[in-house]
Every structure is written in structure tokens, then in C-alpha cells.
Design a protein around this ligand. Structure first.
Ligand SMILES: Nc1ncnc2c1ncn2[C@@H]1O[C@H](COP(=O)(O)OS(=O)(=O)O)[C@@H](OP(=O)(O)O)[C@H]1O
Length: 388
């Protein structure tokens, strides 16, 4: 194997040694050896090619440039509070006590600055020229503050999922730019890989169902839903972080608080009327093409919820408990190895931030307000999300 081939250089060519060289083999033997090396090169190429997807998700495999193999490190000591909410697998060694392994640095809101820009792994960069851009076959259409970023980031670990990092907002804001423009935003995919994007505002955009259906009736739709009361508070928290001078949650939520009249026109309230929004989608898509992911379970048991999602997308169940650990500092499950970096990865600071305290009576009033809508939503989806 260490012999130099005469003729053209092969990918396995090695420098000649300073030892006496044996006489060159006769021409037919040389031809055979050349053929053998050519086949070896093709085989090596195919091996790396197939690894481009599967290696990225295999927790036990070291990716090129993936760091120090932190996933094998012993659990980090937990000086910062109570034990994990769930028996997650051992936590990787953290790089800083204050959540230093948080890979997403964006502190601005997701819409202006996507928390996770596209960051292909070294292997996928190697193959970035291969494959082709496809329109998405599956879209996370909502709901805002439901846990859509967590779902997308977790799904991207799957070797057969390629997703655009930023929210494209094509079907609500940029539809006039056309499908070619939209497709061009997508990452390249190989045969068998699914293209995805997430834009949570689609779920409440009137035109979105017809527009997505016009692109493809077969598009699979994922909706991450969360208790609409908590969702409303989360939404308010986001607005408050941008505009600290806005009125209190209590004053925005009611038209007339003493009469218990909730202000449905406030978007933070409106978005939580899931049954009403869903009715519009069901005029364009059969229920079997929609999957409702529980935002609560995505936090409590990410692997369990990802199992359902992988089944729905027709993907092999690759993402499992092994991919997550519970980060005590963050208070949320995080990835042991993110797609792209291979390093531990929690979502950024704008995900999972503390909410302001809201008057308990106000929360009760809102629960009463949402109850009939929630019940209807449970009926429509055939699933009790347990918010009441
Ligand atoms: N693993 C993990 N880490 C951090 N945060 C998590 C996670 N899983 C779900 N969540 C919840 O996601 C909420 C944000 O939802 P979205 O990503 O849909 O928000 S956005 O609409 O894209 O702005 C965010 O809401 P807030 O807690 O109100 O910040 C989180 O509760």
C-alpha cells in the first residue's frame, strides 16, 4: 500500500522512502494496482459522503473540529440549585458557570436577528456545493412563543433535516418576491433530506394557508402550542424587553377588567385563540398533515416530543434522550452537540427568560376566558393539552 504508483497521482499517494526501491512491477500488475487505488479512492469518497449526514447526529462520534468530546465528560457539579426537573442524561462539562456553552449569542429579538444563523458543520461545508435547493416540505408555522426555535434547533440535529436558520417570513411579508426567491433562501439538500423553515407568525396570517397550499398541498405543518395564558405573558415579556415603557399586562389584557371583558384585539390575546386560527388551516389542509407539538412537553421531555415529530415527518428516529441534557443555569434542556458546531448548545437569552409577575386574579380571568377555546381546540386536534 505504501508503494508509489507510477503515472498520475492518486489521493493516497505517499512520498517515496529513502530505502532502495524494488524494481517496478510489470505493466499489467501496475494497471491492476492503479485500478485498485482508483476504487479505494471512490470508496473513501463515498464513505465520507454518507458520513456527511449521519456523523453529524451520532453523539458518540467526534466530528471534524467538534471540540473536546465534551459529551463524554462527567456530569457538571450542580452548585446552582435543585436537581433537574427530569432525569435527563448526564450533563456535558460546561465551559462557564453562567451558561458559557450557550452558543447563540444574539440578544436582540429573533425576527431582527435570527438566534441561530446557518452554520454548516465542517463536513457539510465540504459538501456545500452538492445537492440542490428545494422548497420546504415541512414548515413550523407557529405559534409565536410556543417553543418554535427549540423545535427547529432540536430537529436540525437530524442528518436528514436541513433548515434555514432565520425566519423567512415569506408567506406573510415577502410573498410578492416569488417562490424562486423563497427557494433561494433554503439550504442545499441531498436526496432523502427534508428542507424546513420556521416562521411562527404564519399560524395567524389569514393568507398563509392558501399560499402554502398553492406552493404544495403536501406540505407538512407543525404547530408548537403552549398554554395560551403563559404564551400571552411570554409575548408581553418580549415586547416589554424592547419597549420598557408599555402599559402593564393587566391593563392591556382587558377592555374592562371589573366586567371581566378581555381585549381579544390585543395580539397577545388573539394569538392564543388556537381553535379559531386552526379552522382556517383546515379549510386548506387535511388534519393528518398537521402535527401539534406540546410546548410544555418539549421542555419536560424533548426526546419524547421529538419522537412524535420524527414519525410525523417520516424520519428515522435518531434524535433521542442521548442528545439532550438539562442545563441547571438555563433551567431548560439543551443539546449536547449542536448541528454545525458539535458543541453543547442552549438557546439564547431571549428564550426561557423570566416573566414579570402577573396578578393571580388576572391569570384566573384569562384561564376562564380561554377555556372554551381550549376545549374546542382539544376536540379539533383529538388531544388534551392539559391547560385547564
Ligand atoms: N430548550 C429550550 N430552551 C429555551 N426555551 C425553550 C426551550 N424549549 C422551549 N422553550 C420555550 O420557547 C419559548 C420561545 O418560543 P419561540 O422560540 O417560539 O419564540 S419566538 O416566537 O420564535 O420568538 C420560550 O419562552 P419564554 O420562556 O417565555 O422565554 C421558552 O419557554
Amino acid at each position: 500500500m505504501g508503494q508509489r504508483l507510477s503515472g498520475g497521482r492518486s489521493c493516497l499517494d505517499v512520498p517515496g522512502r529513502l530505502l532502495p526501491q524494488p524494481p517496478p512491477p510489470p505493466p499489467p500488475v501496475r494497471r491492476r494496482l492503479a485500478l485498485l487505488f482508483a476504487m479505494l479512492c471512490v470508496w473513501l469518497y463515498l464513505l465520507v459522503y454518507s458520513c456527511a449526514g449521519s456523523c453529524a447526529a451520532a453523539p458518540g462520534l467526534l466530528l471534524l473540529g467538534s471540540g473536546s468530546g465534551a459529551a463524554h465528560a462527567p456530569p457538571a457539579p450542580g452548585p446552582d440549585g435543585p436537581p433537574p426537573r427530569l432525569p435527563f442524561p448526564a450533563a456535558p462539562a460546561t465551559q462557564s458557570a453562567a451558561g458559557g456553552e450557550v452558543a447563540e449569542g444574539a440578544t436582540s429579538q429573533e425576527e431582527q436577528s435570527p438566534e441561530t444563523p446557518d452554520s454548516p458543520s465542517p463536513i457539510s461545508s465540504f459538501f456545500s456545493g452538492s445537492g440542490s435547493k428545494q422548497l420546504p416540505q415541512a414548515i413550523i408555522i407557529g405559534v409565536k412563543k410556543g417553543g418554535t426555535r427549540a423545535l427547529l434547533e432540536f430537529l436540525r440535529v437530524h442528518p436528514d433535516v436541513r433548515a434555514v436558520g432565520a425566519e423567512p417570513h415569506f408567506f406573510d411579508r415577502s410573498y410578492d418576491k416569488g417562490l424562486a426567491w423563497y427557494r433561494d433562501l433554503m439550504p442545499r439538500t441531498l436526496e432523502g433530506q427534508i428542507t424546513m423553515e420556521k416562521t411562527p407568525s404564519y399560524f395567524v396570517t389569514r393568507e398563509a394557508p392558501a399560499r402554502i397550499s398553492a406552493m404544495s398541498k403536501d406540505t407538512k405543518l407543525l404547530v408548537v402550542v403552549r398554554d395560551p395564558v403563559t404564551r400571552a405573558v411570554s409575548d408581553y415579556t418580549q415586547t416589554l424587553s424592547k419597549r420598557p415603557d408599555i402599559p402593564s399586562f393587566e391593563s392591556l389584557a382587558f377592555r374592562n377588567r371589573s366586567a371581566g371583558l378581555v381585549d381579544r384585539s390585543w395580539s397577545a390575546i388573539q394569538i392564543g385563540l388556537y381553535a379559531e386560527h386552526l379552522e382556517r388551516w383546515l379549510r386548506h389542509f387535511p388534519a393528518r398533515q398537521m402535527l401539534f407539538v406540546s410546548g410544555e412537553r418539549l421542555v419536560r421531555d424533548p426526546a419524547g416530543e421529538l419522537g412524535r415529530v420524527q414519525d410525523f415527518l417520516g424520519l428515522k428516529r435518531i434524535i433521542s434522550d442521548k442528545h439532550f441534557y438539562f442545563n441547571q443555569t438555563k433551567g431548560f434542556p439543551c443539546l449536547k452537540k449542536a448541528e454545525g458546531s458539535g458543541r453543547p448548545h442552549c438557546l439564547g437569552k431571549t428564550k426561557g427568560r423570566p416573566h414579570p409577575e402577573i396578578d393571580a386574579q388576572v391569570l384566573r380571568q384569562l384561564r376562564d376566558f380561554y377555556r372554551p377555546f381550549n376545549r374546542k381546540f382539544y376536540q379539533m386536534t383529538g388531544h388534551d393539552f392539559g391547560w385547564d
